[in-house]
Design a protein around this ligand. Structure first.
Ligand SMILES: [Zn+2]
Length: 62
């Protein structure tokens, strides 16, 4: 009987592609990608989506 091996994080998603490595606000993984970049005054706000749990969150950069 074949044993079902649990897929690891990296097998499921692949290596981290986000150079900034911003942790997801929900699951804490660093597999997020930028879906939108806005400039608000001096701030750059990026909308990111977690590749793992699908959560959308924001980061701000001065
Ligand atoms: Zn997540």
């Amino acid at each position: 009987m074949a044993r079902h091996r649990r897929r690891t994080y990296d097998e499921a998603i692949g290596p981290d592609e986000d150079a900034n490595g911003i942790p997801c606000a929900d699951c804490g993984c660093r597999h997020s990608y930028v879906i939108r970049t806005e400039k608000i005054g001096d701030l750059i706000r990026r909308t990111r989506r977690c590749r793992y749990c699908g959560r959308t969150f924001y980061t701000s950069e001065a």
